[in-house]
Design a protein around this ligand. Structure first.
Ligand SMILES: [Zn+2]
Length: 439
């Protein structure tokens, strides 16, 4: 079973009755944000560290402003602020002009510059499980008030909101309610976050794919539908040159700047892995794939067949085994959501066997990324050859069943895979070009 969250927008039917109370809670959220923001900036100035939401809660839970909202709602404001500070911190690394999270307040001054009036915007207020009572039959939610807004601080008081969703929407397993103010309409609306458990979906089809991870091309994918994709991993390589150089310039290799560069590098790598896994899974869905074979690198490392991967000989491009493992985990998760199995298969001999005729040749030539088979006189992309052998799982299938032997297959696609280059703004884009591998 997979757990997913869905958010439904809902119109508030008894807006006139609840408007004022929602306003007061929205203003309370802004005030808490400001107090916590002020505190965070102070801590930052004194220690150069950003307090996380746990620190903020310890500091502020006894502050009167914390009681402007239900405790879980106040907590959420602190979480949001901590997230905003972290994202500012991340941005600051590349852009010194990035501003820290601002205050949610507008001041009005008279002609002498004296503040005569201040206004708080209506912040989004989030209620979590303990602050919600849901009456699904009558489309109503009761949202707990902050103690400051109750007639009696200890009384159990709530805002009773009647809502209406789009037709056909079923609101079940309500986990979170967000009250969001729509400035243009001058109205509050609700976002209802529901938990849904879905069975693992059926696989898109019964086709298969093979993935070969490597240095020259980060990934090569061969499909049983007779086509192949290459992912040169240009971004990873550029970063692999840039960051070590920058880190080497730092006076102190464990100092602030070096640490930040390391974090940034790792963040970008993670982002690349997620985008790549997403793209491959999308392609697999398009091609009715039900099973993805991934070459198990452990086997390659163990049998000492180093030549196929050139481990460690190019220090700048040295993506360690853990990076492949991490990528494989991400791929596995994203594939599972689509009902596609990911299977580790042995990578032994996959680079020195011809995927067309099955001939294994110790001395086969790999030149400029081309695999040249003496037996069938074919030349094709070396990484696609590896991926295709992984797809065929040549170490498991016996020769009778191996499709590589008995079919008169076309081979054009093995020589001309689609190539996807990665671009920060547009993601993976197909490129019309020959990839020349000069590691
Ligand atoms: Zn051959």
């Amino acid at each position: 079973m997979l757990e997913v969250h869905r958010t439904h927008q809902a119109k508030i039917l008894n807006h006139r009755q609840v408007e004022e109370m929602l306003d007061r809670h929205g203003w309370s959220a802004s005030k808490l944000w400001n107090v916590a923001n002020y505190h965070s900036r102070q801590v930052w100035d004194e220690t150069s560290e950003i307090p996380d939401h746990g620190d903020l809660k310890d500091e502020l839970k006894t502050h009167p402003i914390y009681k402007g909202l239900h405790s879980q709602s106040s907590q959420r404001v602190l979480e949001e602020l901590a997230e905003a500070f972290n994202s500012w911190y991340g941005k600051k690394q590349s852009d010194n002009r990035a501003n820290p999270p601002g205050y949610r307040k507008k001041n009005y001054y008279d002609t002498q510059g004296r503040r005569v009036h201040e206004e708080h915007p209506r912040s989004t207020v989030t209620w979590k499980r303990n602050g919600i009572k849901h009456d699904s039959k009558n489309n109503r939610v009761r949202l707990s008030k902050g103690a400051n807004h109750k007639e009696h601080p200890k009384a159990w008081e709530y805002i009773l909101v009647e809502y209406e969703t789009r037709p056909g929407v079923v609101v079940e397993n309500l986990q979170q309610v967000r009250a969001v103010y729509d400035k243009a309409k001058g109205r509050w609306e609700l976002h209802l976050v529901c938990k849904d458990e879905i069975g693992t979906p059926d696989a898109p089809g019964t086709e298969s794919a093979g993935v070969d991870l490597g240095i020259c091309n980060f990934a090569a994918v061969a499909y049983s539908t007779e086509d192949a994709d290459l992912y040169p991993g240009n971004r990873l390589k550029q970063d692999g040159y840039y960051f070590p150089k920058e880190i080497a310039k730092c006076d102190d290799s464990s100092g602030d700047r070096a640490t930040r560069l390391h974090n940034k590098w790792s963040e970008r790598r993670t982002h690349f892995f997620h985008s790549l896994a997403k793209h491959i899974v999308q392609r697999c869905v398009e091609k009715d794939v039900g099973r993805i074979n991934v070459g198990d690198l452990e086997g390659v490392r163990e049998d000492g067949n180093g030549e196929s991967k050139n481990w460690g000989t190019h220090s700048n491009l040295d993506l360690h085994g853990w990076a492949f493992d991490r990528f494989t985990n991400i791929l596995e998760y994203k594939a599972k959501v689509e009902g596609i199995d990911v299977v580790d298969v042995s990578e032994r001999d996959t680079s020195k066997t011809c995927c067309v005729c099955g001939k294994e040749d110790e001395n086969q030539r790999v030149e400029r990324g081309l695999y040249v088979c003496e037996t069938c006189d074919a030349a094709f992309n070396a990484d696609v050859n590896g991926a295709e052998n992984i797809r065929l799982d040549i170490n498991e299938s016996n020769s009778e069943s191996s499709t590589s032997l008995d079919e008169d297959r076309s081979t054009g696609w093995l020589a001309q895979p689609g190539v996807y280059l990665y671009d920060l703004s547009s993601g993976f884009q197909p490129q019309v070009q020959v990839v020349d591998c000069k590691p």
